[in-house]
Each structure stands twice: as structure tokens, then as C-alpha cells.
Design a protein around this ligand. Structure first.
Ligand code: GCU
Length: 676
């Protein structure tokens, strides 16, 4: 349960002398993040070094103390800080000079972030002197929890909801507060608690009060609550609310309905973060149902939220079922087709929430072109910590290297450097709002995500939301030290497994940009290459006896490559400049097409599937080598998963290689595939 906040005892009690002896938390209200910061510092220093510090509230001698509070609180208590740091919202200043430590937030939340930063240093045995300010890259650092009111979780792999059961909010919200604590330590500032496929009954007076209880539980950690809305709620007979016959976003009664419900919510949750809306997507109702635009739909909520400072996260994941017999049909085109014409029409408090790729959390996708195509709109990236298509935490995949391919991608809008991370921060197009939404889907399982190693993904998500230029290996190693201790063989082994994990999964599932080749119809788990084609979902491979891949060129295909700014468009348009790992995403080729690597497409399929499965076998012995170096319980639990993954990677390997061997009739040069 403690995840990376264990405060496990560190060897080196000799450090105790250089630690503070007093904690001054400049706020005595027990529900304030600064008060919580004081408690955390007390607990952490005691856990890590066995040293008990006394906590004071209000003015106390700063020398030999760790003082935590907002910059304003500090100035009031001690006078002006020399060399006062430049802090933006949620930022903090951390200065450690032996036993004298200052942790000062731009706001209360920032002060708590600073306290966790200091504790992270201590827990890693780092007692160096530092003095720096840290500010977030973007204001929106949210998680999305796809929790249903009945307590189940869509694409969750760790038990039931910590928020809901039987249609209402659970009475014991201890886990919600514990989750908020974890999130505060990685600087996440809001959680959307219910599924994007939302249920209108969240808006009953009883459930609005329940949301208030969730918000009360999380607020001391600086975590705000947001909710997903069902667009048709006004006509969904919500108990305790008026029932209309329409949900047309331009209808006066509908506008009044949402204004009224929003007012009820803010009465109970004055700091509600905002609404997340999935509209006209995968069967969900939306403005298009009434021939209104998506922007009219988004602005309906924006206007209701505006007086309270709330924001609308409006999802760009909108597409229709398509017919595969149409060579030019392409689900990947949908988001830009829907949203680009609306650029400039969204209210200032609307943020377009864009999945990293144009399809759906696949093992590799090109960066969504939409980030470049709506410069007059606020944008946020949607990442998935809950690895729906990447092994559901029965396989281990460390995701930040995948996320970085998107965050660091240069879309070259107007032939100018246009990194995705600078677009979502608002910097590139001068937007005041933007950031990240991570689909986490924690559950009641003690590990939160279903597997101990998977928590590195949540930890890293927070780090990247704060600073997308942070290094995936460094953050991973911080996480390992905090989670498993300082043994260098533990750090090295988990680092190696983590960095090899995404390439391995890509290799034994779907390589060359063909998508994950998972079962897309039912489970999103395990190989099912034939499930991609012959249906309306538009995740086609167009594989036949001779050829494979989606032609997404402008010259002969779906035109998707033309959704990128011109420099990127011409890179993907041209087969010679398309990287091998996205070849089949953009081009339809013969199995015998020769890659830049020198192999043919089909031979590369065979080779990479064997290589990926081979790598997964080595994870078992690597993990076994850690026996005795981490506790038996966590070691056993993860070993079980690595053994499963090793076996399942062979299932993957054989299913995919045999499928394409049967289809193409082309033998494997190394003679591993088919009946011999
Ligand atoms: C995926 C996922 C669904 C989810 C949808 C979404 O398709 O499988 O469960 O509802 O994405 O993001 O809205």
C-alpha cells in the first residue's frame, strides 16, 4: 500500500546529527496540505533515520529546523526570504543546509510537494546541500479513473473501485485519502473519479454529497476531484433532478439544467476541478445527436463551470465505424477531421484531451497530428498507465520510453520546432491551459495496479507531467530506491528489465507499426491478429497473401500523412523516410519488401517475435537473481508474473508468426516457424 512512500530505515544513523530536530509547519489547520506536510516530515524522518522531531505550528526558531509553508506564510513568520525564488502555481523552493531546511510553496500544495521532494532525497540517502526552485511544466496534471458506480473498473486490473460500490460512494474513503497521498508525492493535482463512459446517476443529490466526501478526503493532499459526465444526463431521469425530454446543448432548459447541477456540485465541492466529457464516441451521446457541433457541446459545460473556475476536458477520441472495403477510409483521420474545423471555437476553459496516438493506446503509434492542428485550442495529452493493450500488468512494460517518443516528437508546425511537450504546456502556441491526463485505474488491490513493478509507471507519469524533459532512467532509479532500497544489483537489474520491456513487448506482439495485434474484439489481451480486420473498428492491417499494412499516404491511400505539418507529412508520405518501426502504419507493402535494416518485412516479423520472447525469458532469471535482496512477498508476487509473461510471450510469438506464415506461405529463413 505504501508503494514508493515507505520511509524504510536507511543504514547510516551517523547522518542523524545533520538532520533537523524540529519541524515547523506554518499552518495549524489539520486539513491543510502544509499541516499534512509537517506530519509527513515527522513520519519520514522517524522512519528513515529513527529520529523523532517535534512538530510546531506557527513561529519557531528556523535554525536546526525544517520549515514548511507557503512563501507568504514564511514571510509573515520570518520576514522576507533573501533571494526569494520565482515560483509559479504549485511550484516550490527547497533549500537544505545541514539541519536547516526551507520548504516553501507558491501555494499550500506546492509546500507539500516540496516536503515530498525532501523526503525522497532522504529516503535515497541523499543529504547533500541543495537550493533550488521547481515549477510545473503545465497546470493540468490529472489522472482519470475509469470507475463505474457499481464498483467495477473499465480496463482496470487491480480489483474494484476505491470510490464506488453498488451505485453510490463508499462510506470508508481511507483508500481514497491514501491514493491522494501517493498522487501528491508525484505532484498530481486532480483526479477524475468516474469512467469516461459515464453514468447519469452520479448526479443524484446523494452522489453529489458522496463526491463531496471524496473531495474532503483528498483535499488535504492538494488533490482536487473532477467528474466524467454523460452528455444525455438531462433526459436520463436522474433521481432528485428534473427530467427533460431533450439534451440538446443549445436548448434553454438543458443549459439551465447543467447550470443548476453544476451549482449543486460546487456548493458541496467548492474546488471541483472540472468535467471530463466523452461525447459522440463509441456509442456515447453528444451534441452531434442534435446536429450541434462538438464545440457547442464543450462550451455548454464551459459556461456552466466558468463562474467557479472549473475546466472542461473534452476528449478528442471521437470516431465512427467504417467500412474496410473503402481503401481511403481511416479511423486515424477522425480526430483531426472532427476537431480541426472547430479550432478557435472552444471557450477559454476548454481543453482538448488527445490520446497520444491517432488510434488507441497501441504498442506503437505515430504522434497524434491533432496536437499541431488546433493551435487556437488548449490541449492535453492522454496517456494510459493502466496498460490495456500492453499486457494488463500480467506482462511488465515500463511505459515512459513509449510516452517520450510522443512528448519529444517535433511536429514542425509552421516549419518551426513544435515538440508535443511544448504544445501541451501551452508554450508553443501561447495557451494558458494544458497538460496531461493519465488513465490510471487503481483498485482495491494492495499493489494499487495489480503488480508491484507496474507502479514505476504511475510514479513516472507524475514526474513527466511535472517535467516532460525528465529522464525515464533517472526517474525509474529513484523509484527503485524508494520502493526496494539502495542495493545496486536491485537497481541495475530492474533498470535493465524496465528498459528492455517495451521493446520486448513490441517485438513479440506487433512490430513495424502494425499495431499491437491483440484481440481487439473482446479482451484486449493476448494475440488475435485476425481480429483487426473484417470489422468496422478501423484498426485494420489489410493483410492478405502477398501484402500487409495501411496505405495512409496522400498519393494513394487514406491521406492521414497529410494531417501532419508539411515536413512531417513528407517524411511519412515517403516510404524511404518512414522509420521501419512505423512502416506498416503508413504503407501497404509486400511481405518481401526490404526494410532499412536489410531484412524483409516477413523475416523481420519472424525474427523480432523470437527475439522479443527470448528477452521475456531472461526477465525470469533476472528477477530470480534478486531473491533475498528484496522481501519475499513482493519478490514472489513479481516472480509469478514474470513466469506468466515468459510463457505468454511464447504464445504470442507462435500465434503471430504462424498466422503470417500461413497467410504468406513464406518460410522462415531460420526454419523456426510452421510444421517441419
Ligand atoms: C478504449 C477502451 C475503452 C474506452 C475507450 C475510451 O477503446 O477499450 O474501454 O472506453 O478507449 O478511451 O473512451
Amino acid at each position: 500500500l505504501a508503494a514508493w512512500l515507505r520511509y524504510a530505515p536507511l543504514p547510516g544513523a551517523e547522518h542523524r546529527a545533520s538532520l533537523p530536530s524540529h519541524i515547523v509547519a506554518l499552518n495549524s489547520t489539520t486539513s491543510s496540505p502544509v499541516y499534512i506536510a509537517g506530519q509527513e516530515l515527522e513520519k519520514g524522518i522517524e522512519g528513515i533515520f529513527g529520529k523523532q522531531c517535534k512538530v510546531h505550528h506557527g513561529h519557531y526558531g528556523a535554525a536546526g529546523s525544517v520549515v514548511v509553508g507557503t512563501l507568504d506564510e514564511y514571510t509573515k513568520a520570518y520576514g522576507n526570504l533573501t533571494g526569494a525564488p520565482d515560483l509559479t502555481e504549485d511550484g516550490f523552493w527547497l533549500s537544505t543546509k545541514g539541519s536547516t531546511v526551507q520548504i516553501l510553496g507558491q501555494n499550500e500544495r506546492g509546500a507539500l510537494y516540496g516536503a515530498f521532494e525532501y523526503l525522497s532525497m532522504l529516503a535515497q540517502g541523499n543529504l547533500t546541500q541543495v537550493a533550488y526552485a521547481s515549477n510545473p511544466s503545465a497546470p493540468i496534471r490529472w489522472t482519470n479513473e475509469w470507475n463505474n458506480l457499481d464498483g467495477s473498473i473499465e480496463r482496470g486490473f487491480a480489483g474494484n473501485s476505491i470510490f464506488f460500490a453498488d451505485g453510490v460512494i463508499v462510506s470508508n474513503l481511507t483508500r481514497a485519502a491514501e491514493y491522494a497521498r501517493l498522487l501528491a508525492s508525484i505532484r498530481i493535482n486532480a483526479v477524475v473519479v468516474n469512467n469516461v463512459n459515464a453514468n447519469a446517476s452520479l448526479l443524484t443529490p446523494q452522489n453529489i454529497d458522496g463526491l463531496g466526501r471524496i473531495a474532503d478526503a483528498m483535499r488535504p493532499y492538494g488533490v482536487q476531484v473532477g467528474i466524467s459526465l454523460l452528455f444525455s444526463s438531462p433526459s436520463s431521469a436522474v433521481q432528485g433532478q428534473t427530467n427533460l425530454t431533450t439534451f440538446d446543448p443549445l436548448d434553454e432548459s438543458v443549459i439551465a439544467w447543467w447550470t443548476n447541477v453544476t451549482e449543486q456540485i460546487y456548493e458541496r465541492v467548492p474546488d471541483m476541478a472540472g468535467y471530463l466529457v466523452k461525447a459522440n464516441s463509441e456509442g456515447q451521446p453528444g451534441p452531434i445527436t442534435y446536429n450541434r457541433t462538438l464545440s457547442q457541446g464543450a462550451n455548454l459545460f464551459a459556461k456552466a463551470l466558468q463562474p467557479y473556475g472549473g475546466i472542461v476536458m473534452f476528449r478528442a477520441f471521437v470516431y465512427n465505424q467504417l467500412n474496410e472495403s473503402d481503401w481511403r477510409a481511416d479511423r486515424a483521420n477522425a480526430a483531426v477531421d472532427f476537431f480541426q474545423p472547430l479550432d478557435g471555437e472552444f471557450d477559454a476553459n476548454v481543453v482538448i484531451q488527445i490520446k497520444y496516438g491517432p488510434i488507441d493506446f497501441q504498442v506503437r503509434e505515430p504522434t497524434s497530428p491533432l496536437f499541431a492542428d488546433i493551435p487556437k485550442s488548449n490541449t492535453a495529452i492522454e496517456l494510459q498507465i493502466s496498460p490495456e493493450y500492453l499486457g494488463q500488468n500480467c506482462h511488465f512494460v515500463y511505459l515512459p520510453p513509449l510516452w517520450k517518443t510522443v512528448l519529444d516528437f517535433d511536429l514542425r508546425a509552421d516549419n518551426t520546432t513544435s515538440l508535443v511537450k511544448d504544445i501541451i504546456s501551452g508554450r508553443r502556441f501561447n495557451r494558458s491551459l494544458g497538460g496531461s491526463a493519465g488513465v490510471v485505474n487503481v483498485g482495491t488491490n494492495d499493489t494499487w495496479l495489480g503488480s508491484h513493478l507496474a507502479m514505476s509507471n504511475l510514479y513516472a507519469y507524475g514526474r513527466l507531467a511535472w517535467n516532460p524533459s525528465d529522464d525515464p532512467t533517472m526517474m525509474l532509479q529513484d523509484w527503485v530506491r524508494l520502493t526496494f532500497g539502495l542495493d545496486s544489483s536491485v537497481i541495475d537489474t530492474i533498470t535493465q528489465m524496465s528498459l528492455e520491456s517495451w521493446p520486448a513487448y513490441e517485438n513479440y506482439s506487433g512490430n513495424l507499426g502494425i499495431q499491437t495485434l491483440i484481440d481487439i474484439l473482446y479482451t484486449h489481451f493476448g494475440p488475435n491478429p485476425q481480429s483487426q480486420d473484417g470489422n468496422g473498428w478501423g484498426q485494420w492491417t489489410r493483410a492478405d497473401g502477398e501484402t500487409i499494412g495501411m496505405d495512409r499516404t496522400m498519393s494513394n491511400g487514406t491521406g492521414f500523412s497529410g494531417q501532419y505539418p508539411s515536413e512531417v507529412a513528407s517524411m511519412f508520405e515517403n516510404i524511404a523516410t518512414t522509420p521501419d518501426n512505423l512502416l506498416l502504419w503508413f504503407h501497404h507493402v509486400n511481405y518481401t519488401h526490404v526494410l532499412k535494416s536489410g531484412a524483409t518485412v516477413i523475416q523481420d516479423f519472424y525474427d523480432q517475435h523470437f527475439a522479443g520472447a527470448d528477452t521475456a525469458q531472461t526477465f525470469v532469471s533476472m528477477w530470480e537473481s534478486l531473491q533475498g535482496k528484496i522481501d519475499e512477498e513482493r519478490w514472489n508476487d513479481q516472480l509469478f508474473r514474470q513466469v506468466f509473461q515468459a510463457g505468454h510471450s511464447i504464445v504470442w510469438r507462435d500465434a503471430i508468426t504462424n498466422f503470417y506464415h500461413n497467410l504468406s506461405g513464406i518460410p522462415d529463413e531460420a526454419n523456426r516457424v510452421g510444421n517441419h
